[in-house]
Design a protein around this ligand. Sequence first.
Ligand code: ARG
Length: 274
Amino acid sequence: LKAATALVAGLVLAACGKQEPPPAPAETASAPASAPAPAPAKVYTVGTDAAYAPFEFQNEKGEIVGLSVDLLNAVAEKGGFQVKFVNTPWEGIFNALGQGDRDLLISSITITDERKQTMDFSDPYFDAFQLIAVKESSKISKFDDLKKLKVGVQTGTTGDEVVTKLQGKTATTIKRFESTPLALKELEAGGVDAVVADNGVVIHYVANNPGAKFKTVSDKAFAPEQYGIAVKKGNTELLGMINKGLAAVKADGTYAAIYKKTFGTEPPAAAAPA
Ligand code: ARG
């Protein structure tokens, strides 16, 4: 009878929607014998523009793979959280984060002061720089040579930024594409004279598309860049878990193993900034 009374009391309490919430279990004088089942762990939704080999791309089965996926999976394991990757076009990726459609982004995103105003970044996990791709026969030898030429970039990337700075905001010779591979296809087709994009992606493309007959041109004028994992501004809880996991994978050799799996070489000391 006692149990039944308690049950009814509980039901009555539960029915009074606006009542004070019951005290947290830790505060109750006599804790129940068995703790209530923990709430199912939240799975964080990860946005990535999976057209960026070898960092994030789709394999033959359509699965999102690459360094970013291996790295974030390892980071999540060490940081104590779960993730689910969702292919997200670059052009909408920052909005998706801001609106809460994605909890975090890993997409070879360069940490910039401008982006830091609208999102928070993890500690850096990869060093990069811009690299120029041209046809093997091209006479282009430095960035400044591109001043008046047709240049392909991925819209809204740091490659777009540097070329826009070189040619001016109103330049009609900048051809913007929704993905970097599309810009490189246009170079192959002869529609642009050069493509400016992140070194890792350009090198990967040139190596894997010998038929395109490309070469790369580097220039010390390009500022060093670092990739970070982005979270919504103020999401310190998730950011803390990410940074904790990142520190752990850098420290225990997991980062180096993922780097080696991706590029076939040991990471340079600078590739895994402390
Ligand atoms: N690092 C460059 C940037 O942050 C390009 C990144 C593009 N990433 C991608 N998955 N398409 O602007």
